[in-house]
Design a protein around this ligand. Structure first.
Ligand SMILES: [Zn+2]
Length: 462
């Protein structure tokens, strides 16, 4: 993994070439060479190692999760895939994968594996230990599936990560395997399943689902900020004014002017008091609050390093919701950044790591049952008190209050889960019981309430 200003932390790791952001963006049309933690030589064809492997399946008509057989009986499809696969990506003689050209068909597989490992490395750094698979009781390895039948989605489930495609309005197909933000978002879900877990039946709150999506977006944002090219481009285009619409607060860009979500968004919990219908929308107030906290952490670093003055920071805070913000604040950043670009970079890396630490420590302490944003906020304050002596308390309080987090809660769910939901189909559940009925079939009893009722009916993977 390269890292802002700290390249080659894994001296004996494995090299991959990754697009740090969607390759349709001009600044990122060439992949960046990174080194991930897997020791060179430990990753074989696939790529695959003891923890995970990529497959490019031939004729995999259905995504994993709930499906039906020809008679209409419910099936719960589980990895491993036992059908044919396209040729895997092979390492070079030294065990690296950076020799594969983006034009070659195996590049997608290498990019998917490298992206997942890169994002895991980032979060393992903040947690201080490897992320254990949440499905480890039943499966040893995560199956990473290049799924060309899966339109506009990618999802992490029990033992698998399936990554689909995006079709542009003019019919061009862009595989999500090459979109680092999309893959890192799914790794974020995986981290949350591992460190927080899945709620018991009946105790999954609305805000648990919103929290999951928000955390996955923040996990992707922090991971992307570990590419040298992302930090360079962010600072070159914003001069440190992170509220400009930029590559970091536009999550998972699909083209030069569209993205899946904005981290810098105006939604508050008051927008959801009367109900919610999509967990990605419900995530937005929490993501927005955490993004604002990140910007404030960065400003604190700039002041502490004498790169902007306290008065300038106060002015920035005061004008935050004002139409004058960019007119007044941008020239201030232009001047300060031009004088000390390298120091701005160091301040950005420091605040990125403060955000990563705050998030990891907060997630570590949460439990999935009846999870609320108010509890997330209180835990954030407790982490700040213990880990930073309360240094960021004011920043946390101001930004949570602006989003009404801790003041009001989400209302009832007013629509069923839609096709883009990561939760609407019983893809994500923890088997309560596991009995092998034969070498190939596992019986499962679901644990996530009514929407998994079919999974509870002792159905078999084919
Ligand atoms: Zn998601």
């Amino acid at each position: 993994m390269t890292s802002g200003g700290e390249s080659s932390v894994f001296e004996n790791g494995t090299r991959f070439r990754l697009f740090a952001q969607a390759p349709i963006l001009k600044a990122f049309h060439r992949p960046e060479t990174v080194i991930v933690s897997s020791p060179a030589g430990s990753v074989g064809p696939g790529p695959g190692d003891d923890h995970m492997y990529v497959i490019d399946p031939i004729g995999k008509a259905f995504a994993y999760g709930l499906a039906q057989n020809l008679r209409g009986d419910p099936l719960y499809l589980m990895p491993p895939w036992r059908g044919d696969v396209f040729p895997p990506a092979f390492p070079d003689v030294d065990g690296h994968f950076d020799h594969i050209d983006p034009e070659e068909p195996e590049f997608e597989a290498a990019h998917l594996f490298g992206s997942v490992r890169f994002a895991l490395d980032v979060w393992e750094k903040y947690f201080g230990h490897p992320i254990a698979w949440h499905f480890r009781r039943d499966l040893d390895r995560l199956e990473l599936v290049i799924q060309r039948n899966l339109l506009e989605n990618a999802f992490m489930g029990y033992g698998f990560l399936e990554v689909g495609i995006h079709e542009t309005t003019d019919g061009w197909v862009e595989p999500f395997t090459l979109n680092f933000d999309v893959v890192a978002h799914e790794v974020g879900h995986c981290v949350i399943y591992s460190v927080i877990g899945v709620p018991d039946s009946g105790t999954a709150s609305a805000e648990y689902y919103g929290f999951h999506e928000s955390s996955a977006d923040l996990a992707a944002l922090v991971a992307a900020l570990h590419f040298d090219s992302v930090i360079d481009e962010l600072l070159e285009t914003s001069h440190g004014n992170l509220y400009t619409r930029n590559l970091v607060n536009r999550i998972a860009e699909l083209s030069r002017n569209s993205q899946i979500r904005l981290a810098a968004n105006p939604l508050t919990m008051r927008d959801f008091v009367h109900g919610w219908s999509d967990e990605h929308a419900l995530a937005q107030p929490l993501t927005g609050a955490m993004f604002d906290i990140f910007v404030d952490l960065f400003h604190e670093e700039l002041v502490a390093r004498r790169l902007i003055t306290q008065n300038q920071e106060d002015l920035s805070d005061k004008l935050e919701d004002s139409p004058d913000y960019f007119r007044v604040i941008q020239p201030m950043f232009d001047e300060a950044y031009a004088a000390s670009p390298w120091e701005f970079r160091e301040a950005l890396v420091a605040s990125r790591d403060e955000l990563g630490m705050l998030l990891a420590e907060t997630w570590r302490r949460l439990s999935p049952d009846d999870l609320s944003y108010a509890e997330v906020g209180d835990t954030l304050r407790a982490v700040d008190a213990q880990a930073a002596g309360g240094r960021w308390r004011k920043i946390i309080d101001v930004n949570l209050k602006r989003r009404a987090i801790g003041l009001v809660s989400a209302g009832p769910k007013i629509k069923p889960f839609g096709p883009r939901s990561h939760f609407g189909l019983p893809r994500v559940f923890v088997p309560a019981r596991h009995e092998a009925c034969c070498a190939r079939h596992l019986h499962f009893a679901g644990r996530m309430g009514a929407r998994n009722s079919l999974a509870r009916n002792r159905v078999c993977a084919p």
